[in-house]
Structures are given as C-alpha cells and as structure tokens.
Design a protein around this ligand. Structure first.
Ligand code: ATP
Length: 359
C-alpha cells in the first residue's frame, strides 16, 4: 500500500500540451479513476506515472519518495493493458512467473507466489493452458495476475475491460474491485466509460484538455458537478437557457428563477436538469417546482421506464426518464406537453464548455 502524490505535472508532445499542471493526491489503498473523453490526457498521465513517458516538469511521489526520474522498471508499479499484453507462446503459469524470474526470485518462491496469485484471479485450474485457449476475460485475468505477482506499490490499469463484451465487462469490474479490496493495493484506473468509473472508484478524476476538471467521490461527481463539462460528460443532462433582467432571472421558457443564484452572476447562464429529475406534468405545478412547456418529439417505452423527448419553445432538446404512464405513451409526436422539475434539482453554470457551477 502506498500513497501517490503528483505536483505540477506537465507533458508536451511537440507543441501539444497533453498534461497541463496536474496536481493530485491518491490516498494509500484507494481506487482512483481517470475519466475523460478521447484525447483528454488520461493515458499520458498513467504512462507518465509508469515511467513510459518522461514529463517536461513536475513531481511524482510514491509514499513521499520521488520517482519521476527513475526508469520504469525501478518504479515498483504494475501495469495492466487494454490488449492484455501477455506472451502468446508462454503458458498461464509461465506468463505470471515471468516478472518474478526477471527479478531473480528463488524458484520455490516463484512456484508458491504464482499459485497464490492464480487463486486470487480464479485461474488456478488454468495454469497449464496457453493464452489462445482462454477467453478474453480469462486473458485479462492473466494480465492482472502478471501485474500483481510482483507485489507492486501501485497498480496502473489502462482501459483493461474495453476489449470485452458488455456482459463480461460488468462481471469483471466487480471482480477487479474485489481483488483490489482484498489486496488493498493503490490503484489508478483509466477509462472513458463513466458507468465503469462511477461503479468502481473511491475517487473519480474527470479530465478534459489535459486539465483536471474535478476529482471527487462518484456521488459528488454526479450530484455536485463543479463545472459544466463534468455535468455534461458524467450522466446525461438537459441544459436550458436562463434570461437575466436586472435581479430577475427566468428560464427562457418562462419559469421564474429569481433568487436561485446567490453569488456573482456571469453574462450567460445555463440551467442543468438530469433526465430523471424531469417529470411529465399532469396537474397544477407547486411552488417548489418549475414548469417547462414543450412539444413532444417522441416517447420511447423501454419496459421499466419511458423516455420522453421534447423540444422547448426556445428550441432546446429535453429528455425525461420516468415511470411508464400509458396516457403519455399514447400521445402523438407534435402534441403539446409540460415537464416539471423540483427547484432543488436545478444546477446553474456559467454557459461555456467548462463554465463553473454557480451557487
Ligand atoms: P484516448 O482515450 O483516446 O486514449 P487519452 O485521454 O488517453 O485518449 P492521450 O492519449 O493521453 O489521451 O493524449 C492526450 C493528447 O496528446 C491528445 O491530444 C493526443 O493527440 C496527444 N498525443 C498523445 N500521444 C502523442 C504522441 N506520441 N505524439 C503527439 N501527440 C500525442
């Protein structure tokens, strides 16, 4: 178990700024996920920690000891890759033993450690198989066994589940979390799959443009996004324009929001509402709610729930996820419809890509 501390890390590829002043702390034993769209810098950050890339500036400390100048093989980190990276010509046992042999561990100890680790990843019965005789999920377990058998201080995983089919991904993510908990190993995990990030992590670090946008618990990331980018990238959100006239604030579709923002107000404001916070209005709207009139585009009945899509008079697209209601499912596209939401569920942001949340 080891803590990881990164300070002012910067990495350029030519003139491309892949990482711009990254500072973060990962407590010992925790599962820390780097989440973001393609090109946000998450792989570069992971590979810089591993020692495969050299930073332009900044420090990386493991348990307080600087490692940024060490070659990869001396950093004591284990790495699991998206494409498994196991040797096709070696058996499962020999793949897992490889790192120990390189480190000149005594052969009796290798036998024991390999057997122990294969039990942890539940491949004890497969030790003599060749990689081509394994499923994708089993090959990735070999990849994991290879990374943890050397007892690294930090485990790095680069989209380890993305080559697997959806069902297996869900099974294996629970399994990865179980193993990580069991070993208590500090883990840094890269994914662009937000559901995976929310389900597995102690901390989710959302990146965009080589910059950390927010690092917080999954619940905080979802319920209290610090900026518009996080609110857009993690989970779905509806964004509605806000009009300002002196102290008076309204949605462009009419609802009065005066007093909803206490602090300073930027020139342009957007209001975010999660699809599950919207409902279809069937009666009068209470004081603690707002009303959003729209035209129905489509209702999609998907069993446990219905998805209702509308367009407001200001041309904004809306999505509402609610319990199925036959009266709504039978409405024709083009019908007038009213959505409602609790005022407590509204979040406000400065209206730019990474605009800050307003309070
Ligand atoms: P993905 O999910 O697609 O792997 P990522 O978030 O991991 O994306 P990185 O691979 O870290 O992103 O890339 C960050 C930025 O650096 C991108 O703009 C990318 O084009 C650029 N980049 C990455 N590797 C190189 C390279 N070897 N040479 C030049 N630019 C690079």
């Amino acid at each position: 178990m080891a803590s990881v501390e990164i300070t002012g890390l910067r990495k350029l590829y030519g003139t491309v700024v892949a990482l711009s002043d990254i500072t973060l702390t990962i407590p010992s034993g925790s599962f820390y996920t780097l989440l973001g769209p393609s090109g946000c810098g998450k792989t570069t950050l992971l590979r810089t920690i591993a020692g495969f890339h050299m930073q332009n500036s900044g420090q990386i400390r493991v348990d307080g000891n600087p490692i940024e100048a060490l070659p990869a093989y001396r950093r004591n980190v284990g790495m699991v890759f998206q494409d498994y990276a196991i040797f096709p010509h070696l058996s499962v046992r020999d793949n897992v033993a490889f790192g120990l042999k390189q480190r000149k561990v005594a052969s009796a100890q290798i036998t024991k450690r390999v057997a122990d680790v294969l039990e942890v990843v539940q491949l004890g019965a497969y030790a003599d198989r060749m990689p081509h005789e394994l499923s994708g999920g089993q090959q990735q377990r070999v990849g994991l066994a290879r990374a943890i058998v050397i007892e690294p201080k930090v485990l790095l995983m680069d989209e380890p589940l993305s080559n697997l089919d959806a069902r297996l991904r869900v099974d294996l993510r629970a399994e990865l979390r179980r193993i990580q908990n069991e070993l208590g190993i500090t883990t840094i995990y890269v994914t662009h799959d937000q559901e995976e990030a929310l389900a597995m992590s102690d901390t989710v670090c959302v990146m965009y443009g080589g910059v950390i946008q927010q690092a917080a618990s999954p619940l905080d990331i979802y319920l209290r996004p610090e900026n518009r980018f996080v609110a857009t990238f993690v989970g779905a959100n509806n964004f509605l324009g806000v009009a300002q006239d002196g102290d008076r604030l309204t949605l462009k579709t009419g609802a009065d929001l005066t007093g909803a923002i206490k602090g300073e107000r930027p020139a342009t404001i957007t209001c975010a509402i999660r699809p599950e916070a919207l409902r279809v209005a069937t009666g009068p709207v209470a004081d603690h709610q707002i009303r959003v009139p729209a035209t129905l585009r489509e209702v999609s009945f998907i069993g446990r729930e219905m998805e209702v899509f509308g367009t407001t008079q200001a041309g904004e697209d809306l999505k509402c996820i609610a319990r199925p209601d036959p009266a709504v499912i039978e409405l024709q596209p083009g019908s007038p419809i009213e959505f409602l939401a609790d005022r407590a569920d509204l979040l406000f942001f400065e209206d730019s890509v990474t605009g800050a949340r307003l309070t």
